[in-house]
Ligand binder design. Structure first.
Ligand code: TXA
Ligand code: MG
Length: 373
């Protein structure tokens, strides 16, 4: 048995063969990997059963974790709203695993909408479509549109496929808190509220999907994400970013996406966001503001940490690697309240391309206390 396994192995394992003691460890790991895979498959099957029975499942996607339920079962979806304490007029995204699920929830899909789905699915891209009347009343808050996404994460895909249902799933967090990107951050607030948890490690992207709606052949970005305006412009020339993406919404203003209206991501600690195209200006202004307080926390890019050595800092990642910053950002926001400080000063990034998604989340975390200098 040992020899069969080793006969088609790499040099590294050949080394294991020579050092027979290590061989045992290799075997053990190989066996365990297999076991883990089996365990994961079991978990997915059990979770799919929970979804079919009307329960809630915490599961990973490539963006953030989701709290999933059968999107077509109003009673099950009601439990999501209760678990999150979510506003009753904020609809949910329905997640599908394959295109053949789409006609069960959406209709009158235009050529342009198909083109967008074709380009960005599976992936961090959600499109608001015309709904099949009468279905998913709670998930869509009784509206005549439905937001649909096909996630690019194997666990999410396999779970949806195994349950053979469109899964309604908002980000896994109590409403108003930063979205969950790893189980450690959210297990405390959600473990008693769900029926099954699938651990998929840290999510890769870290900010939620781009949400779009096609209106009169123009694509409107309602929530920016990893799929950027520039990415969409490669498919269609008319792309507009909704003005509410970075701005503040006035009371009673009508919005295309209800999620825009609500307080999001904000720590209890007062947070202030500072951005300039001139990096030195960011640093100078942050140090100037910091000097007005006794207890300060600075969320700094890796490159600027050296300027803030007398302050408590969190390294948000490299200015030159937005994916690193997006991957960390919700977890970093969740850490802020564990510091005993009067203010958290946060370095912004250029609000273009993928940076727009990061700034959209940070501006909300700072409740619009944003200095653009
Ligand atoms: O990456 C994501 O999109 C994650 C993962 C779990 O897939 N989900 C997520 O869901 O972020 P949630 O519920 O946190 O955000 C959904 C956003 C909200 O801003 C909501 O208002 C908007 O999508 N939305 C949902 N249905 C809509 C509709 N029919 N029309 C306009 N906006 C809609
Ligand atoms: Mg959310």
């Amino acid at each position: 048995m040992q020899i069969v396994f080793l006969s088609n192995t790499s040099h590294r394992l050949l080394y294991c063969f020579i050092k027979s003691g290590i061989v045992a460890i290799c075997y053990f790991n190989k066996g365990r990997e297999k076991l883990n895979e089996e365990q994961l498959q079991n978990d997915i099957n059990n979770a799919a059963q929970v979804i079919r029975n009307g329960g809630l499942v915490l599961f990973p996607t490539e963006t953030v974790y989701g709290i999933g339920a059968n999107g077509l079962d109003d009673e099950a979806v009601k439990k999501i709203f209760e678990a999150k304490g979510r506003e009753q007029d904020n609809p949910l995204i329905l997640h599908i695993s394959d295109m053949d699920m789409l006609p069960r929830i959406a209709q009158n899909i235009s050529e342009l909408e198909y083109k967008l789905m074709d380009a960005f699915w599976p992936g961090p891209f959600t499109i608001v479509l015309n709904k099949i009347p009468g279905i998913a009343m709670r998930a869509t808050c009784g509206g005549d549109t439905v937001a649909v996404r096909m996630p690019n994460n194997k666990i999410a895909h396999d779970l949806i496929k195994a349950s053979n249902l469109p899964i309604a799933a908002p980000s896994a967090n109590i409403s108003g808190r930063p979205s969950g990107t790893n189980l450690k951050d959210i297990i405390g607030e959600l473990k008693d509220k769900v029926d099954f948890i699938i651990d998929g490690g840290e999510t890769q992207i870290g900010v939620e999907s781009t949400v779009v709606r096609v209106v009169n052949d123009e694509v409107k970005i309602l929530r920016p994400g990893k799929i950027t305006k520039e990415d969409i412009e490669k498919i269609v020339s008319q792309v507009e970013i909704d003005k509410n993406v970075l701005g503040q919404i006035n009371e009673n203003e009508k919005v295309l996406s209800p999620g825009m209206k609500y307080k999001h991501y904000a720590p209890k600690t007062h947070c202030k966001l500072v951005y300039s195209e001139d990096n030195q200006k960011i640093v100078d202004r942050i140090i100037e503001i910091a000097s007005e307080y006794d207890k300060v926390l600075i969320l700094s890019s890796t490159e600027n940490l050296k300027y803030y050595s007398i302050y408590q800092t969190i390294d948000i990642g490299s200015r030159n690697n937005l994916l690193e910053i997006s991957h960390n950002i919700f977890s970093d926001l969740r850490k802020i309240d564990s510091y005993d400080v009067q203010i958290a000063l946060i370095e912004g990034v250029a609000p273009q391309g993928f940076g727009l998604a990061i700034m959209n989340r940070l501006i909300r975390a700072c409740e619009h206390d944003y200095l653009y200098i």
